[in-house]
Design a protein around this ligand. Structure first.
Ligand code: DHB
Length: 474
């Protein structure tokens, strides 16, 4: 009692002051700016008036509050009508790209620029939008110690969710309906935090930064162009794109090394023991191409082609003999698709570069190393690095698949919207297909598709995503 009183009047706490920690995580509902935005939707433009609560530190022992802060956007008037946002879904939109940090002190607004159209559309649909900052792979102290390497971004975002729950009923929105979303590295991170909800693996990390003692699970997740399952990314990339020339040079990568990685993928895919949807059977490296063509590539092409006016469709198909259109549906094999692919964007190995030059090497650095190898393949070929059990645990923690293959993490989100483009080669499509299949195998609600003719992070259906949130939360 005395302690609470002392903390309450702002004096320094001397010992055992857990209440000082919780109090510093109280949300101030009176500290906001009122902002306006005209949001373009297919139903016309909607004017939105909203409160912006900017730059709120979400942990009590931050390493850097520029990053470990979040911003909340609460609709007040949508199309001139008052909104009661106390019980609406919360879109938790991470803006991570390239596994870089997100500096919340530069967050000025919801939506574009800086964020996505999805954010504005969610706001215009009456939802609360939370934009969290988080550490990333280049954060350093003044002494040069790295403080944002894996799994820091996940730890911070979980702490941000705990902050929201800690302020349940005071912050706007329903803290039982938090939907994670992100694209690319942010897509993988969205998947990882939503798959790993309440995982005890993060507990020591969360304690260290003074996260609120709350649950950190999500209701649902939007996952766009996820650069995920990185430790198997090199093998999957060669399985899919090993015989596709590099965009930059027009040349094939080293075919011997490519074949070596492809062989590793055969083992890996078998080890997952995934059962394909619709009774497809056990997925293997041999049948995975058919599986992806049947349930992802052909439906994506069909939707695209059926939406084109006749003359445009004829023009589009003119030089694509490999893409068979029967008047209703597209038919192609994955081999056909890949043999007409414009080029692979990443050289070999796609992620664990021998010279440690890739973003993912940097992600998996540690306090004193800017980058490290995270695969046995690259360690063997360079003679450098090693993976001890602690490091392996960190690599696994970053991987959304880790929480859903075999046993499902009990705190995993129940609803999933997963999208990737067909004209991008940031990662093999096998990653999102394996992940979607594992989720579906556990009976979760999974809406997983490819967007035909979509580059990296292009969202061809942002309104569909927002409508999906409305549907699953109603
Ligand atoms: C991103 C893209 C990549 O190709 C990659 O390897 C990692 C991250 C990104 O855009 O976030």
């Amino acid at each position: 009692m005395l302690q609470a009183l002392v903390v309450g009047v702002g004096l320094t706490c001397v010992q055992g002051c857990s209440s000082d920690r919780t109090d510093s995580l109280r949300f101030d509902k009176d500290n906001f700016n009122v902002m306006h935005q005209s949001v373009r939707t297919s139903d016309g433009t909607i004017d939105v008036e909203y409160k912006a609560f900017l730059h709120i530190p979400y942990v009590s022992r931050p390493l850097d509050t520029d990053y470990q802060s979040l911003s909340i956007f609460e609709p007040i008037l949508v199309g001139g009508k008052p909104v009661d946002a106390s019980k609406v879904p919360i879109l938790f939109s991470n803006r991570v790209g390239g596994y870089m940090p997100v500096n919340d002190s530069t967050t000025e607004d919801v939506g574009e620029p800086g964020g996505t159209q999805r954010e504005s559309l969610a706001l215009a649909a009456g939802m609360v939008v939370v934009v969290p900052g988080c550490r990333g792979r280049i954060n350093q102290t003044d002494e040069g110690v790295y403080i944002g390497k894996a799994p820091a971004a996940l730890v911070d975002l979980k702490a941000a969710v705990r902050y929201l729950r800690h302020n349940k009923g005071v912050i706007p929105g329903d803290t039982e309906k938090i939907i994670s979303v992100g694209c690319s590295a942010g897509g993988a991170i969205s998947a990882a935090i939503a798959a790993s909800g309440n995982s005890p693996l993060f507990e020591p990390y969360l304690k260290e930064i003074g996260a609120a003692d709350e649950r950190d699970d999500f209701f649902a997740a939007g996952v766009f162009s996820p650069i995920m399952d990185i430790q198997h990314g090199d093998m999957a990339y060669e399985w899919e794109l090993g015989e596709v020339p590099l965009t930059k040079t027009g040349k094939l990568v080293d075919q011997e090394l490519s074949a070596e990685l492809k062989a590793l993928f055969v083992e890996y895919e078998a080890s997952l023991n995934l059962q394909g949807i619709n009774g497809f059977g056990t997925l293997t490296a041999d049948n995975l191409g058919d599986y992806i063509a049947t349930y992802w590539l052909n439906p994506a092409a069909s939707l695209y082609l059926s939406g084109l006016p006749e003359t445009e469709r004829t023009e589009y198909l003119k030089d694509k003999a490999w893409l068979n259109w029967d008047g209703n549906a597209a038919h192609m094999t994955m081999k056909d698709y890949n043999s007409h692919y414009s080029g692979r964007f990443k050289a070999l190995p796609a992620f664990d570069k021998f010279d440690l030059s890739e973003a993912e090497n940097s992600l998996f650095g540690d306090a004193s190393h800017s980058g490290r190898h995270m695969t046995e393949f690259s360690i063997r070929h360079t003679g450098e690095g090693s993976i001890d059990p602690d490091f392996q645990q960190v690599i696994d923690m970053m991987n959304p698949l880790y929480y859903v293959v075999d046993t499902l993490n009990p705190g995993a989100a129940k609803h999933w919207w997963i999208r990737h483009g067909t004209t991008e080669s940031g990662i093999s499509r096998a990653a999102m297909v394996n992940f979607s299949t594992a989720l579906a195998g556990h009976g979760l609600d999974v809406d997983s598709k490819l967007f035909w003719e979509a580059m990296h992070c292009v969202d061809k259906d942002p309104e569909g995503f927002v409508a999906w949130i409305q549907e699953i939360t109603k």
